[in-house]
Design a protein around this ligand. Sequence first.
Ligand SMILES: CC(C)(COP(=O)(O)OP(=O)(O)OC[C@H]1O[C@@H](n2cnc3c(N)ncnc32)[C@H](O)[C@@H]1OP(=O)(O)O)[C@@H](O)C(=O)NCCC(=O)NCCS
Length: 171
Amino acid sequence: MRRPPDTTRPSMPPPPPPLDFRRMALQDLERVMEIERDGFAHPWSMDLLRREMVHDWSTILVATATRRGPAGSPSEVIAGFVVYWLVHDELHVLNIATAVEERRRGVGRALMDEAAARARKAGAVLATLEVRRSNAAALALYRDLGYRQVGIRPNYYADEGEDAIVMVMDL
Ligand SMILES: CC(C)(COP(=O)(O)OP(=O)(O)OC[C@H]1O[C@@H](n2cnc3c(N)ncnc32)[C@H](O)[C@@H]1OP(=O)(O)O)[C@@H](O)C(=O)NCCC(=O)NCCS
């Protein structure tokens, strides 16, 4: 006999999409800017992103998932991106965002893990970042990954005079 559905248990969240990672290409700029604009009240400009693409020490990684369109044909969608610098033995995360419709499915965590793995492979031993004091989602993500707070930069974000929390993690 089939069991009646268990209505006391919350429904399971959708499984995380299988992700691939690659360096951002110029043709990704529009999509990355779209995610950036949706993610931040004061988004980076397209020019700033373009400049990050040419610095030797800077990497922009995109996380991509394969989706089936209405006709059933597979296509690649960019679910999020991370911008980081590798200088000497330090990974510095400058920016990360997940597309609004892809949040809470592990994309941010996967991007941070991928950046850390690549940095470790390149010889980095420490990861650092700054985050707005009010950014609860990002703070929760970083704490969950093992970052710890080591300081505060008062009024670091000039736009709103908001403090930055400085966080580090051993790689
Ligand atoms: C912060 C951000 C990148 C997280 O991306 P995401 O893909 O949704 O994160 P994940 O699904 O990988 O979440 C991993 C963990 O982070 C924490 N977390 C993520 N979003 C959270 C939220 N809104 N509230 C509380 N915790 C959150 C949780 O611990 C989560 O694990 P769980 O889902 O198993 O509980 C995303 O919210 C975003 O793009 N925000 C706008 C841009 C931004 O603020 N970037 C950070 C700049 S410093």
